[in-house]
Design a protein around this ligand. Structure first.
Ligand SMILES: [Zn+2]
Length: 147
């Protein structure tokens, strides 16, 4: 085995993937080649450093906006039903919230009005795209009571 053949295998040795039983020729070369021994030592240091490195932060999960709207609606409407004194379980109809698409201003994204039994919220989908908490905070409650 030559140094050129051994070099690409050294990371596997450093990671413990290869052992003398798995590749006797490589380890025979390592036993007598100082250049490859030094190279292996560097790989060992890299492996050690990577094991000690802080783990990367978990990636932010982007929630598709219809899911975020539904989540914000259920949150807001659920809290609303709880806050309105006139709302009780008997009065609550098993109808789900209705989503209306409102045309946005010139050049602006459309808004979504989510109408429930106790009122509604206007949601800007751009504010909730990405699934952050700011989406629910950006929902604007509106009073939709009709006569
Ligand atoms: Zn060598």
């Amino acid at each position: 085995m030559t140094c050129g053949e051994a070099e690409p295998l050294l990371p596997l040795v450093a990671d413990g993937v290869l052992d003398p039983d798995g590749d006797p020729a490589l380890f025979a070369h390592l036993a007598r080649c100082q250049s490859c021994q030094e190279s292996l030592a560097r790989h060992d240091l890299v492996t050690l450093a990577l094991e000690r490195a802080p783990r990367p932060a978990p990636r932010t999960i982007r929630i598709p906006w219809p899911v975020a709207v539904a989540a914000a609606a259920s949150l807001v409407l659920g809290v609303g039903a709880w806050l309105w004194p006139g709302a009780d379980a008997a009065a609550a109809q098993p109808t789900g919230p209705v989503v209306h698409r409102l045309p946005g201003a010139e050049g602006e994204a459309p808004l979504y009005l989510i109408e429930g039994e106790q009122g509604g919220v206007v949601v800007d989908p751009s504010a909730i795209d990405g699934g952050s908490e700011a989406g629910a905070a950006g929902a604007v409650p509106v009073n939709l009571r009709r006569r």
